[in-house]
Write a protein of this length. Structure first.
Length: 395
């Protein structure tokens, strides 16, 4: 399966143990662009609070870095166990972890050490895959087991990782006297997928954690975390900003917008005028959409969003850097553009290179960067911080 037809969506949700401000579970994910891989780690530190978070952060970071370098899973586990400090009271030194290493074609490797077993869901049913059990001899001589599984993912498969805050939720209650076991969680996930087959990774992970929280009568007995990895067809967005360097390419720009299969955004008044002229369409400005210094948006048939250029892109860049999550609040042009960017997977940025003299005026604010630099920054942030597949071309 070609990478362009296959997208891996990853999202997590966490709730700290009741009375703790810091979660002792840590989730990390990294996209290796040059190898077309995505690595995901979920670690549960011993205990709760700051101490657990430190242990889990160290474990997740080591697990991620070793997996990037393709270290054997048993070597990764031994190194982590030998590195972590020993708990003074319990005389043990570890944090649990699960590592998922997926290629863009769906080839997936799962390594699990003492976390609840990951769920692989296919056609709304739990998928059993072959697994290997690798013995890990810790320095003190205590033998531990590492579970290693490989499988070829298909479209609409999901991998669900969670800590024991989920699997032990509700323990001691009439409904779940021994906790929320794997089969019960799997049945719950199947019912959700039957009602909402295309539910996003973010929504599913959030709802699963909320259900576990409800099992604990909304007082979490442990740090509660869930990560969902969803293999699906990609959602695509084209963002055009800036007129072509050569006006002879105006028609090519319009044709690119017309023929694109996915959502479309135009940032910039001149760019919108060119496309409207070449496609014989009208632009309607919405003065009601002015908000917090962001210029109003416009409407054009066949285009999902039309905004002003550099100021709007600059605000989008700032908010991406600060950190933004779905759902994006706000009805201004920048907020709507952020929502479109985060809701899509493959983002195509087409930046015109004709210089707008207004952007070179030294009396204007420093933040008013040249369009191409803002677009480059947005590309980097979307790739590094939001794990998007981003393509940037200049015209």
């Amino acid at each position: 399966m070609k990478g362009s037809e296959f997208y891996i969506e990853i999202a997590s949700r966490q709730i700290s143990k009741n009375g703790e401000d810091i979660c002792g579970d840590v989730f990390l994910s990294r996209k290796i662009q040059e190898e077309n891989r995505i690595i995901t780690v979920l670690s549960d530190g011993l205990g709760s609070g700051v101490k657990a978070n430190v242990l889990a952060t160290l474990t997740a970071t080591m697990g991620l870095n070793f997996t990037v370098e393709r270290y054997p899973p048993e070597l990764t586990a031994r190194t982590i166990l030998d590195t972590l400090p020993v708990d003074r009271d319990r005389k043990i030194s570890y944090a649990t972890f699960t590592i998922v290493d997926s290629d863009a074609d769906g080839e997936t490797r799962l390594v699990n050490f003492d976390n609840p077993a990951p769920l692989i869901v296919r056609d709304r049913k739990l998928l059993n895959t072959n697994k290997s059990i690798i013995g890990i001899n810790k320095r003190a001589g205590r033998k531990r087991e590492l579970i290693y599984r490989t499988f070829q993912a298909r479209l609409e498969d999901r991998i669900i990782l969670f800590t024991d805050g989920v699997s032990q939720s509700g323990i001691g209650t009439a409904m779940y006297p021994f906790g929320w076991d794997e089969q019960a969680i799997g049945d719950w996930v199947s019912r959700v997928l039957e009602q909402e087959p295309g539910i996003s990774a973010a929504d599913l992970s959030g709802r699963l954690v909320e259900r576990a929280h409800a099992n604990d009568i909304y007082k979490a007995n442990d740090d509660t975390s869930c990560v969902v990895i969803y293999f699906r067809r990609p959602r695509r967005l084209l963002l055009c900003s800036g007129p072509p360097y050569n006006s002879a390419d105006d028609q090519r720009l319009a044709n690119t917008v017309e023929s694109f299969a996915g959502q479309k955004v135009i940032c910039g008044g001149t760019t919108a005028e060119i496309i409207a002229r070449e496609t014989q369409r009208e632009i309607e400005v919405s003065l009601d959409s002015i908000s917090d210094g962001i210029p109003p948006m416009s409407y054009m048939k066949g285009v999902d969003l039309v905004t002003e250029g550099v100021l709007t892109l600059g605000r989008v860049s700032t908010r991406l850097e600060e950190g933004v999550h779905l759902p994006v609040r706000g009805k201004d042009a920048a907020s709507l553009l952020l929502s479109l960017l985060l809701n899509n997977d493959q983002i195509y940025l087409l930046a015109g290179t004709r210089i707008n003299e207004a952007h070179q005026d030294p009396s204007l604010p420093v933040e008013l960067e040249i369009r191409r630099n803002v677009v480059k920054k947005i590309k980097r942030l979307l790739e590094d911080k939001y794990l998007k597949e981003v393509h940037l071309d200049f015209i």
